[in-house]
Design a binder for this molecule. Structure first.
Ligand code: ADP
Length: 584
């Protein structure tokens, strides 16, 4: 039976019982009241009449006319109130005797006999009614007892139903709910085998059916998903295992969860030993691992040996964040949760080889170009010599142009050569103690001519009392010359260039060149030291290869110094570098 019908039956039967009991109560109360009314009406009045008759007959002497009237009146009333068997005969006899008694008052003996007979009849009527009253009273008692029994029965039945309701019904409702809750918890724990079965075919039975269907579908869905995920995982793992790059995976707590074969080879460790250990632990036992997880800022190409061959790698870090709509991790929903990260060592050996080939090619070409350019310059010098004939003004102008272009070409080739030296690691530095003034003087002498051409004033500040620097004077002068030529290039005519040398710290001296030219946009500042970079929109006629500052950076850093730039568009630029103070 359904719960709805159960509730209907329970409450309905209680309602029916209440209805029946009130009907029975009304019926019995009516019965009892009718009985008592009948007693009053049928018997009580007869007793009163006979009582009145006997009152007159019991008086001494013969009754007077009033007494006779009373007797007659009451006999007549009694005649009209015959209710019991035998009562009529007695009443008739009483009346017959009264009529004789009334006429025989002169005969005392007869009158006395009749009076006694009348008294007897009257008492007889009284007795018949009294007996009837007693019988009716007994019947009323019986009726009351029956009513009480019925009430007790109905109340017991009602109580029993209520009792059953109280004892059975809560269990009837809660048992399936508990079972259902258990089932749902099992589903939450991904146990889809659990099924619900209820014996009663009620609403819970339907619910169990629906639940079982859901569990079965979830089971199929989960299995399909699982298969898909396993397939995808295998696919990704195969890719990751076969790439020539090294991959190391970490969970959100920095525990190593994954290393691919290339990473295992590079790190020279056993996969089993590293999986499950923390990044710090692994770093303590392995220098390369330490480098990989600690040197995040400046990370040059890594030269490592893979399968006995020289290989080059760059390090990249990928962080993995939980998708925003997934809150499986039970954390604050607002947090975008990092669930792990990967360190990726990209194998760039192929590119490195190409780069090397390019550098060698450039070095060879620039080296080969230097000799013909020098002989070109030599020939130009000879052409200018008056001993070999006079030249026209037009020819002189042409020679000047060729001379300028040869200088430019020579500058470019020597920059390319320097670049090649830096890239191939063949940069040779001649360190020595040098006073900053020597470097400054040499650089200023070199660029004086081009500065004069633009009427630019060089404002030099280099105190004599500065300590020596430990540096290669030629390479440092080259950097300064590069700063100065750029400053002149990008300054307007008749402007001022400040050349300042000062103590940067107790161990470093700072050289700087400040112009008041066009300046560099902030977004390009971090890129000006990159190879071949030229600020977009640079004047093609004045800009060079875009290698000058890149070479300068390499020269300075190779000497243990730092290089930098500050600039504001429209206000000018300040290029600077530091060099270590000589300790000797
Ligand atoms: P380039 O040979 O082209 O001058 P550099 O490496 O010396 O190459 O400089 C790179 C770029 O930086 C230049 O092309 C130029 O756009 C910018 N630059 C360098 N110095 C200055 C300066 N003093 N003022 C404005 N721009 C500059």
């Amino acid at each position: 039976m359904t719960i709805k019908n159960n509730l209907r039956a329970g409450i309905g039967s209680l309602f029916l019982l209440a209805l029946i009991s009130s009907a029975i109560a009304t019926y019995y109360i009516y019965q009892l009241s009718e009985n008592s009314k009948a007693i009053l009406r049928n018997n009580e009045t007869s007793i009163v009449y006979t009582k009145n008759i006997n009152k007159v007959l019991d008086l001494p002497g013969l009754p007077n006319s009033d007494g006779l009237k009373t007797i007659e009146y009451n006999i007549k009333r009694e005649e009209g109130d015959i209710t019991e068997t035998g009562e009529k005969a007695l009443a008739d006899s009483l009346y017959a005797d009264f009529r004789r008694f009334r006429t025989s008052l002169s005969n005392p003996a007869l009158a006395a006999a009749l009076r006694t007979k009348m008294q007897k009849s009257s008492y007889g009527i009284m007795e018949v009614n009294m007996n009837a009253m007693e019988n009716k009273n007994r019947n009323a008692n019986k009726t009351a007892n029956t009513a009480i029994s019925i009430f007790i029965f109905i109340t017991s039945l009602g109580s029993f139903i209520v009792f059953l309701f109280l004892i059975i019904f809560p269990g009837y409702i809660t048992k399936p709910i508990i079972q259902l809750t258990k089932g749902v918890k099992e589903i939450a724990n991904k146990n889809y085998d659990n099924r619900l079965s209820f014996t009663d075919k009620n609403e819970f039975w339907d619910l169990a059916e629906a639940f079982n269907q859901m569990a079965a579908r979830l089971f199929v869905y989960e299995n399909n998903n699982q298969a898909k995920i396993t397939h995808e995982k295998l696919r990704v793992e195969t890719i990751v295992r076969n790439v020539t790059d090294a991959i190391i995976g970490f969970d959100e707590n920095g525990i190593v969860t994954f290393v691919n074969p290339v990473a295992v080879k590079l790190l020279g460790i056993d996969e089993k030993d590293i999986i499950g250990s923390s990044a710090q632990q692994a770093a303590a036992d392995n220098d390369l691992f330490f480098k990989l997880i600690n040197e995040f800022e400046h990370f040059d190409d890594l030269k490592l040996y893979l399968d006995g061959k020289e290989s080059y790698f760059i390090r990249e870090l990928f962080e993995i964040y939980a998708p925003e709509d997934v809150h499986l991790w039970g954390k604050n929903e607002d947090e975008s949760k990092r669930i792990g990260y990967f360190i990726f060592l990209k194998n760039i050996t192929r590119f490195h080889k190409l780069d090397e080939a390019k550098t060698n090619f450039i070095a060879t070409i620039s080296h080969e170009l230097k000799t013909p350019i020098s002989s070109l310059k030599m020939s130009l010098k000879l052409m200018e010599d008056k001993r070999y004939g006079t030249i026209t003004n037009f020819q002189k102008e042409l020679i000047n142009n060729i001379n300028e272009d040869s200088d430019r070409l020579l500058k470019i080739t020597s920059e390319l050569l320097d670049m090649g030296q830096v890239e191939t690691g063949k940069l040779l530095l001649n360190f020595g103690n040098t006073h900053p003034q020597n470097i400054i003087k040499y650089a200023c002498e070199t660029i004086r001519f081009i500065a004069e051409q633009k009427e630019i004033t060089l404002n030099l500040k280099c105190p004599k009392n500065l300590p020596d620097v430990w540096a290669d004077p030629d390479k440092t002068a080259w950097v300064l010359i590069n700063f100065l030529t750029n400053a002149i290039k990008y300054s307007s005519k008749k402007s001022v260039i400040d050349i300042t040398v000062k103590k940067h710290s107790s161990a470093k001296i700072e050289f700087s060149v400040k112009d008041h030219g066009k300046g560099i946009e902030e977004i390009y500042l971090p890129r000006v030291f990159e190879r071949y970079f030229k600020v977009p929109g640079s004047d093609f006629a004045v800009s060079g290869t875009g290698l000058g500052l890149a070479i300068a950076k390499d020269f300075i850093e190779a000497q243990g110094g730092e290089i930098g730039v500050e600039s504001k568009i429209g206000e000018g630029s300040r290029f600077y570098f530091t060099l270590p103070v000589s300790l000797i």
